[in-house]
Design a protein around this ligand. Structure first.
Ligand code: PRP
Length: 211
C-alpha cells in the first residue's frame, strides 16, 4: 500500500483538523511534539504522511499531487484557483469575506466611484468588483494588517476576513458588504481521487459521519 499524503495549512486550522481526524482514528503521534523541527510526519501503521505548509501553498501541493489531500480555508481555495476537487466543508474556521471600511465609504460603493481596495486577496476582490458588481476599482495587494489601509489613507475600503468583527470595531471600521461565507475545506488531487478512490472515499465518508 502506498502512502496517502496530507497537506495542512499551518496554525489554528491544523490543530482543529488533527482533532477531527482523531475522531475517525487518523492520528499522528510524531506531530504532537511541540519542540520538533521535522517537516514531515508519518503514521507507518496507517501508511499516512502529514506535512504543514503556508496556507496559500496547500492548493499548490495538492494540484501537483505532492499531497493527495489538503485542508485549507475557502478563502485560500478561491484566491489560488487551483485545479483540484473540493470534497468536504469541515465546518470550523467559520468567518466571512467582506468589503470593510469607514461608514463614510458606503456612499462611494453605492455610487460606483473609482475607489482603491486594499487586500491580501486580489483575485477574490477583483472577481467581486469586476464580475459581480461591475464596478471598476484599483486593487492594492497587501500582506497583513489590512485594516491599516483605510486608516492611513492607502485605500477607501478593504476586502478582508471578518471573524468576530473586533479588529474592525477597535479601529473604527465596519462591514460594508459581504462577499462570501468561509470555512475550512478538504480538497483532493484529481488523479488521487481516481487512483485511491476507496481509501479517500472511506476517509470522506467517515468524516461525514462525525461532522
Ligand atoms: C485576520 C483578518 C482580520 C482579523 C479578523 O487577520 O485579516 O484582520 O483576522 O478577525 P476578527 O474579526 O475576529 O477581529 P490575521 O489575524 O489572520 O492576520 P493578518 O491581519 O496579518 O492577516
Amino acid at each position: 500500500m502506498r502512502y496517502l499524503t496530507f497537506a495542512l495549512g499551518k496554525g489554528r486550522l491544523a490543530k482543529k483538523t488533527m482533532e477531527l481526524f482523531a475522531q475517525i482514528g487518523i492520528t499522528c503521534e510524531e506531530m504532537q511534539d511541540p519542540a520538533t523541527r521535522k517537516l514531515i510526519f508519518v503514521n507507518e501503521e496507517l501508511k499516512l504522511k502529514f506535512f504543514l505548509a503556508k496556507a496559500p501553498d496547500v492548493p499548490t501541493y495538492v494540484e501537483y499531487g505532492a499531497a493527495d489531500i489538503g485542508v485549507v480555508g475557502k478563502d485560500t481555495i478561491l484566491e489560488e484557483g487551483r485545479r483540484m476537487y473540493e470534497v468536504l466543508d469541515l465546518g470550523y474556521g467559520k468567518c466571512r469575506m467582506c468589503v470593510c471600511g469607514p461608514e463614510s465609504a458606503r456612499e462611494l460603493l453605492n455610487h460606483q466611484e473609482l475607489i482603491r481596495v486594499a487586500t491580501k486577496y486580489p483575485h477574490i476582490a477583483k472577481d467581486y468588483f469586476y464580475n459581480r458588481k461591475h464596478q471598476t476599482v484599483e486593487i492594492i495587494k497587501l500582506n497583513g494588517s489590512i485594516e491599516l489601509a483605510p486608516i492611513v489613507g492607502l485605500s477607501e475600503v478593504i476586502v478582508d476576513i471578518v471573524e468576530t468583527g473586533s479588529t474592525l470595531r477597535e479601529n473604527g471600521l465596519g462591514v460594508l458588504e459581504e462577499v462570501c461565507p468561509l470555512s475550512a475545506r478538504m480538497v483532493v488531487n484529481q488523479v488521487s481521487m481516481k487512483m485511491e478512490n476507496e481509501r479517500i472515499g472511506g476517509i470522506i465518508n467517515r468524516l461525514k459521519g462525525v461532522l
